[in-house]
Design a protein around this ligand. Structure first.
Ligand code: F0G
Length: 444
């Protein structure tokens, strides 16, 4: 059986520098421009010669949902005409990523002062985070190039995702993580999927420095989001979101920001859809950071986006404990092109928002909850109106970091405040007696 593919295009991607625009025929191992050292991005010159036809593509994408083939059912490879990065799409390594749900969050909507609030839950991907959509793309390229080893620096989710996809492809994986600063759920995934896992005495930014040197000195394929193929995979979340909305646009899309690959990818996705004629305009894409890891917020506030202001990062939302974000230039470009905002939230605001998302029966990992905490600020400042249609991108699954959740509900996360206490639901320890349990019910 052949994949549903009425408009097959072979590999057509061109890597060029995001800043000096030099085309790089064979990118360096660290994916930095050989002329100026900035990041690369992929473009598709052939789209100019033979325009993409949105109508026939939408029909093909719809048909693929009913196909029995994994490559068609994948929420990334279904949209492969917009990421022609493989010579042969049968080289794709897929665990049926994407296809993530959009949920209503009625209680969160009330708490944020919105008529309605939606969340696209990227934590419902195979390894529990949005990283899978980018990983299937970039690791498939490594597979096609016949690399034996892949590697990444990570705050946990990238490593979980990479090691799973590497295992599926029969490749070896090397993970560098900051010692003691990643959630157990994520570390345990890397171990289970068979990665060679190194905990470095240093933070994520130090891990990034080391991995860049490792890939320059050994034949290892780098899978951080500086790899532009990761961005191509992650941009499909934007395509899938609009597909789910019947090609209508929300007013706002809000994402948490760490290394800033995700905002870069979603922004690229929306902008390409507009340029190719799928939609007329783009949603405002906003980024929320933890106050203790607010490099983009400071970059915008203090330099208008002209120069990165790195910070010494500290936050309990370990996924976004990043002070020197690699994709800051791309993120600034997305904020400017879409008219999005950039906000910061305190540890307490973030923890309360996480418990509120839990109250809607959805749940997410701490970093994802920055979106709701940030939305409240954007509503208060008037940037978001109560009638606007807002989509929060929840980036990770609630089970990634159960320790954080337990500490919050037990009151051990930080000095307890009144607002946090209202959201705490600690477990109640009792004797094994129905009377005692019934007394709890009476009090509740
Ligand atoms: N949310 C979660 C759950 C994450 O794991 C990350 C990043 C982010 C948000 C921020 O996304 O970096 O694209 O701005 N995690 C990376 C990792 C860095 O190594 O897993 P970003």
């Amino acid at each position: 059986m052949n994949p549903v593919s009425p408009v097959h295009r072979a590999q057509a991607a061109q890597a060029r520098c995001f800043v000096c625009r030099t085309v790089d025929e064979s990118p360096a191992a660290d994916f930095r421009c050989t002329r100026c050292g900035e990041l690369l991005e992929l473009s598709y010159p052939s789209w100019g010669d033979t325009p993409v036809d949105p109508r026939s593509l939408k029909l093909a994408w719809e048909a693929r949902r009913a196909s029995p083939l994994a490559i068609d059912r994948s929420g990334v490879w279904r949209y492969r005409e917009l990421l022609p990065i493989l010579s042969d799409v049968n080289n794709a390594v897929t665990i049926q990523e994407g296809n993530t749900p959009i949920y209503d969050l009625p209680r969160c909507a009330r708490s944020a002062g919105m008529d309605r609030l939606l969340a696209k839950h990227q934590g419902m991907n195979p390894t529990g985070s949005f990283k899978d959509t980018g990983m299937t793309a970039a690791l498939s390229v490594a597979n096609e190039k016949r690399f034996e080893w892949v590697a990444c620096a990570s705050t946990g989710n990238t490593s979980a995702s990479m090691s799973a996809y590497a295992a599926r492809a029969g490749m070896k994986s090397l993970v560098l993580i900051p010692e003691g600063k990643i959630a157990w759920g994520k570390l345990s995934q890397a171990l289970d999927y068979g990665a060679t896992t190194c905990q470095l005495r240093g933070d994520f930014d130090a891990c990034m420095r080391v991995i860049a040197e490792v890939v320059r000195r050994a034949p290892v394929y780098l899978l951080n989001s500086v790899n532009p193929y990761r961005v191509e995979g992650q941009k499909t979340a934007a395509i899938e979101m609009l597909d789910q909305f019947g090609w209508e646009l929300p007013d706002h899309v809000i994402v948490p920001g760490g290394n800033l690959g995700n905002v870069s990818a979603l922004g690229k996705g929306f902008i390409e859809l507009r340029d190719l004629g799928f939609v007329r305009s783009v949603p405002k894409v906003s980024v929320i950071q933890a106050k203790g890891a607010n490099a983009l917020v400071r970059t915008m506030r203090e330099t208008g986006g002209a120069r990165l202001v790195p910070v010494q990062a500290e936050t309990m939302a370990t996924a976004i404990r990043i002070g020197n974000p690699a994709s800051w230039r791309k993120a600034v470009a997305v904020l400017k092109a879409t008219g999005g905002a950039c906000e910061e939230v305190s540890e307490e605001e973030l923890a309360i928002a996480k418990a509120e998302i839990g109250s809607d029966g959805i749940g997410c990992e701490p970093a994802s909850a920055a979106t709701l905490a940030g939305l409240k600020k954007l509503v208060a400042s008037g940037f978001v109106q109560s009638a606007d249609l807002v989509v929060l991108v929840l980036t990770g699954h609630v089970l990634k970091d159960p320790e954080y959740t337990l500490k919050f509900h037990r009151g051990d996360l930080f000095d307890n405040t009144e607002s946090a206490s209202k959201m705490r639901r600690p477990p109640i320890v009792l004797d094994a007696s129905a009377d005692d349990v019934l007394r709890v019910l009476d009090r509740a």
